[in-house]
Design a protein. Structure first.
Length: 166
């Protein structure tokens, strides 16, 4: 995060296939989800999955979203991880059936150090930097991130990244 604040972020831009990156991240998470008697459902259906981006940072973004989906799920995580094309974008979605985020906190979750208050429950460790990082990386890739969530119902994050024009 210090690199962001000091304006020293250097991106190594190249053509990357989001289906491939998502598949790699999913395979790394499969063991973790299975060990918690959970399920990770994947469908990488983007027909135009190529973007111009920094593969390391995009991988970190997807890793962070899946990590949150596991951390904020109840005992047996059930997660959907998908890609698709929509109006010139590659849309990557991570959906869980976890604890959810109250509407009044959804705008703030992308702020540095912000953590949704959970009363006296401290079973999830962290500094509140993950989603701030995710948002910054998506912003520098000229993308968008959207969240849909409801307490007790789960959360869906959707990342929109521009398709690289061939």
């Amino acid at each position: 995060m210090a690199v962001f604040n000091e304006g020293r972020l250097k991106l190594k831009m190249s053509e990357i296939n989001l289906n491939d990156v998502a598949g790699s991240v999913a395979s790394n998470f499969q063991i973790r989800v299975t060990s918690q008697q959970g399920e990770l459902h994947t469908k990488f259906a983007a027909e135009k999955p190529i973007i111009k981006g920094d593969e390391v940072h995009i991988t970190n973004v997807l890793f962070n979203l899946l990590d949150n989906a596991v951390k904020y799920s109840t005992e047996n995580p059930e997660i959907e991880f998908t890609t698709e094309n929509k109006n010139g974008w590659v849309v990557v979605a991570v959906k869980d059936k976890g604890i959810g985020i109250p509407r009044e906190h959804q705008k703030q979750i992308f702020e540095r150090f912000y953590r949704v208050p959970t009363g006296n429950v401290h079973n999830v460790k962290g500094f509140g930097l993950g989603l701030s990082y995710v948002k910054r990386i998506i912003d520098v890739h000229n993308g968008q991130i959207k969240v849909d969530s409801a307490p007790g119902k789960g959360t869906r994050f959707r990342i929109y990244l521009p398709v690289k024009v061939q």
